[in-house]
Write a protein that binds this ligand. Structure first.
Ligand SMILES: [Zn+2]
Ligand SMILES: [Zn+2]
Length: 170
């Protein structure tokens, strides 16, 4: 998924970019993401003048994940609004400053994939749950507490309170 500044400058109107990207490596360190569908990128590039290009559109994919509480498989739809401004500059590294949100690029050809992957990485769900009130697994015996109550004593006692309890026993 590329555009070229020079080509954009000589094109009338926006350029549509559509592609399905293999993004499996983006989530390779995430054990709770078991599969990631090709990411559909539907973008529109507009030349703003003065070597500047605005790219905007939508990214969408589907993740197969495991519930962070009960480990059941679940699917998660991801939709991300993509928006970046690119400006051609021969000394891109020098002019890049944190305060404006323009990406300075020293090449005529711009590969959008790294920017798309960065957005996806930032938008991966941190910990998915199968339902809001998922009760999870019993930490003692591993029973899925959505299915049945195992009867284990799971009361988590604050060590300071435990000491107090002992104190009152004396
Ligand atoms: Zn769950
Ligand atoms: Zn249990």
């Amino acid at each position: 998924m590329h555009f070229q500044f020079r080509k954009m400058a000589s094109t009338d109107g926006p350029v549509e970019l559509h592609e399905a990207l293999d993004v499996r490596h983006v989530a390779k360190d995430r054990k709770d993401i078991t599969r990631i569908s090709p990411l559909q990128a539907d973008l529109k590039a507009v030349y703003l003048g003065d070597n500047e290009v605005h790219v905007q559109g939508n990214l969408s994919t589907e993740l197969d994940m495991t519930c962070s509480r009960c480990l059941k498989p679940l699917k998660k739809q991801i939709g991300i609004g993509f928006e970046e401004r690119f400006k051609y500059s021969e000394n891109a590294e020098d002019v890049q400053n944190e305060e404006d949100d323009i990406r300075y690029i020293a090449e005529d050809d711009v590969d959008l994939v790294p920017f798309i992957e960065e957005d996806l990485l930032l938008n991966l769900p941190f910990a998915a749950i199968c339902k809001d009130d998922c009760k999870g697994l019993c930490p003692t015996c591993g029973t899925d507490l959505n299915e049945r109550e195992c009867g284990c004593d799971r009361e988590v006692v604050d060590p300071r309170l435990a000491a107090l309890k002992d104190f009152f026993k004396q």
